[in-house]
Design a protein around this ligand. Structure first.
Ligand code: AMP
Length: 543
C-alpha cells in the first residue's frame, strides 16, 4: 500500500522561493574585484537570479544545456547558481586552477554554451579561446565601467545583460531528478571526470548538512564559505544558507589572504566558516604574526584533506574555535562523514578529544559506509583493519557524465569505490589513512602516510609535510618524509626523526627525511603524490 503524501518535487528553485519569503532581509556580503564590500539581501539576490534566468532564456538556452562559471565566491556567482540551476539548466563550475589543457577538455566535454567569467580569469580563456570554438558567448561578471579589453568573441557584460531584464520569472516545474550542476574532479590521473548533480541530491545533501552534528548553520549564524564555489558546490553552503536564512559572507578573490579573512570574520560577525586546511593555515599565520585572536568565530568545517592535530589544537586552545573535520569527495556532493563528539565520549581528556578530532568522523545519515579487503570482503569496525572505503547514498554519484559505466568505480552491488583507504572504529569514526594509490606497504603491512604527515606537521618547524613509499630491498617499501621547513627554521633530519619517538609504532618511523622548498599541489590544494613520487623516482635510501 502506498502512503498518501504529496508528490512535490525537491527543486533548487524552491530554496530560492523559501529564502525570498522567509529570509528576504538576510544579508549577503561579498568582496569582488570591483567592490571591496558589496552588500545586499537575499530578496535582491533572488530578484537578480530571475533576471539572469530571463536573460539566458532570451539567449536561447534550453533545459539541460550547460552554462559554465569561472569565478570566485561572490554575489554574482551565487546568482548564477540559482539563475542557471533554478531554470533547469546545468551550472558547470570550472576550477580556474586546473591546467589550461584540462580547462579546454572540460569545457568541450561539458559542451558549455555560455561561460560566465570573472574579469581576472578573462586572460585564462583568451589563451585557449581557439580551442573552445563551440562556446557561443562569454558573460563577463562586472559592470560596463569595469569591462576589460578582450580578444574573446561574443562578449557580454553581466550587469548590462541583467539591466535589460525583468525580475519576474516563473521557475519551471522540473523533475527533481533533472541535472542541476556539473563539477569535474581534478583528475590526478587521466582526464577530469564530470560529476552531475541533480536537484534531489542537492536538496537532500543541503538538508543533511543543516543538522547540528554536521554544519548546523541556523538563521542566527553568519556563514563564510572559503571553500570555492567551484569545489563541489562550496560543500552545499550556497544552498543550506538560503534554506536556513544564514547571512553569507563571500570572500571573492581574497580566499587565501589570512589578513582579509580575519577582517571579514571580525567585522561581519562570522560564526561558522568552511574551508580546506591550507586556507586556515594562512589565517593562523596571520593571527600568530599579529597576536590577534579570533573573537567571533565558533566553528569551522574543515575537509578535503587530513586536518593536522596541531591545527585543531591551536584553534581550540588559542581561539576557542572548534575545527570540525569532515570527509567527502566531488563524487559525494561532498559530505560523507563529520567529526563531532558522540554521546558517551564527553569525558575523554582534552588530549584524547584531540586524537579523536584528527579522524574524519562518523558517517552522516544518508551516506552509508563500508570498508572492504582486496577480495571485496567486508572488514570489521575495530579501528585496526585498513580497507578500501566504499559509500552509497542519494547524494553519491551513480556514474560520471558521458562515461556510461566505463569509469570502473562502482561495485556490482551498487557501491561507489572512493579510492580512499580507511579504518572505522567501534564507535563508527572513520580515519582516512591513504589514497589507495598512496598506500605504503612495508614488510606486507600497511603504514598510513596521512598519520605520519599529521605527526610531522605537529613539529613547530614544519610548514608542510608529505610521506611517500620508496623502494627497499628487504621491506619492499619504506616511508620517506619530505618536509618544507617553516620560514627561518632549521630543523635537522635527526631532530625530525626523534620527534616521532613514542608517537607512532617504531617500524612506522620514516627511514629518511628530505627537505624541499615546496611540495607539488593539485588544483584543489592537495599534495600531488604522483608528482612527488616522480620527483623521488631515482632516490635511494641511505645504506
Ligand atoms: P575532491 O573530490 O577534490 O574533494 O577530493 C576528495 C578526496 O580528498 C578524498 O577522496 C580524500 O582522499 C581526500 N579527503 C577529503 N577529506 C579528507 C579528510 N578529512 N581526510 C583525509 N583525506 C580527505
Amino acid at each position: 500500500m502506498k502512503g498518501l503524501m504529496m508528490d512535490t518535487q525537491l527543486l533548487i528553485s524552491s530554496i530560492a522561493q523559501h529564502a525570498e519569503k522567509f529570509h528576504g532581509d538576510r544579508e549577503i556580503v561579498s568582496v569582488t574585484a570591483d567592490n571591496p564590500r558589496h552588500r545586499y539581501t537575499f530578496r535582491e539576490a533572488i530578484g537578480r537570479a530571475k533576471k539572469l534566468a530571463n536573460a539566458l532564456e532570451r539567449l536561447g538556452v534550453k533545459q539541460g544545456d550547460r552554462v559554465a562559471s569561472l569565478a570566485w565566491n561572490d554575489y554574482r556567482h551565487l546568482e548564477i547558481y540559482y539563475g542557471v540551476s533554478g531554470s533547469g539548466y546545468v551550472c558547470h563550475t570550472i576550477n580556474p586552477r586546473l591546467f589550461p589543457e584540462q580547462i579546454v577538455f572540460i569545457i568541450n566535454h561539458a559542451e558549455d554554451r555560455f561561460i560566465c567569467v570573472d574579469v581576472m580569469f578573462v586572460p585564462l580563456l583568451e589563451a585557449v579561446a581557439d580551442k573552445i570554438p563551440n562556446v557561443e558567448g562569454f558573460i563577463i561578471l562586472t559592470d560596463e565601467a569595469h569591462m576589460p579589453e578582450t580578444s574573446l568573441p561574443n562578449v557580454m557584460c553581466y550587469e548590462t545583460l541583467l539591466a535589460a531584464e525583468s525580475s519576474e520569472f516563473d521557475w519551471p516545474e522540473l523533475d527533481e531528478r533533472s541535472a542541476s550542476a556539473l563539477c569535474y574532479t581534478s583528475g590526478t590521473t587521466g582526464n577530469p571526470k564530470g560529476v552531475l548533480y541533480d536537484h534531489r541530491s542537492t536538496i537532500l545533501h543541503a538538508y543533511a548538512t543543516l543538522s547540528i552534528d554536521v554544519a548546523g548553520v541556523s538563521s542566527r549564524d553568519v556563514a563564510m564559505p572559503v571553500v570555492p564555489f567551484f569545489h563541489v558546490n562550496a560543500w552545499g553552503v550556497p544552498y543550506s544558507a538560503l534554506m536556513a536564512g544564514t547571512k553569507l559572507v563571500l570572500p571573492g578573490p581574497k580566499m587565501g589572504d589570512g589578513e582579509a579573512l580575519y577582517e571579514l570574520i571580525e567585522s561581519e560577525d562570522v560564526t561558522k566558516a568552511f574551508g580546506v586546511p591550507t586556507v586556515w593555515l594562512s589565517l593562523l599565520q596571520y593571527t600568530e604574526k599579529t597576536g590577534k585572536r579570533l573573537e567571533k568565530l565558533e566553528q569551522s568545517l574543515v575537509g578535503g584533506a587530513a586536518v593536522p592535530r596541531a591545527m585543531i589544537e591551536v584553534f581550540r586552545d588559542k581561539h576557542g574555535v572548534e575545527l570540525r573535520q569532515g570527509w567527502g569527495m566531488t563524487e559525494t556532493s561532498p559530505i560523507g562523514t563529520v567529526n563531532t563528539i558522540k554521546a558517551g565520549l564527553e569525558d575523554l581528556s582534552k588530549d584524547e578529544q584531540l586524537d579523536l578530532a584528527t579522524k574524519a568522523g562518523r558517517g552522516i545519515f544518508g551516506c552509508e559506509l563500508r570498508i572492504v579487503d582486496d577480495n571485496g570482503g567486508e572488514l570489521p569496525w575495530d579501528g585496526e583493519a585498513f580497507g578500501a572505503l566504499q559509500v552509497r547514498g542519494p547524494w553519491v554519484c551513480s556514474d560520471y557524465f558521458k562515461l556510461e559505466g566505463s569509469g570502473g568505480t562502482h561495485t556490482d552491488d551498487g557501491w561507489f569505490e572512493t579510492g580512499d583507504v580507511a579504518t572505522i572504529d567501534p564507535q563508527g569514526y572513520v580515519a582516512i589513512t591513504d589514497r589507495t594509490k598512496d598506500v605504503i606497504k612495508s614488510g606486507g603491512e600497511w603504514i598510513s602516510s596521512i598519520e605520519l604527515e599529521n605527526t610531522a606537521m605537529g613539529h613547530p618547524a614544519v610548514a608542510e609535510a608529505a610521506v611517500i613509499g620508496v623502494a627497499h630491498p628487504k621491506w619492499t617499501e619504506r616511508p620517506l618524509l619530505v618536509v618544507v621547513r617553516s620560514e627561518g627554521e632549521d630543523v635537522s633530519k635527526e631532530e625530525m626523526l626523534a620527534y616521532f619517538d613514542g608517537k607512532v609504532a617504531t617500524w612506522w618511523v620514516p627511514s629518511d627525511v628530505v627537505f624541499v622548498d615546496e611540495l607539488p599541489h593539485t588544483a584543489t590544494g592537495k599534495v600531488k603524490k604522483i608528482e612527488l613520487r616522480k620527483q623521488f623516482a631515482e632516490y635511494r635510501l641511505p645504506g
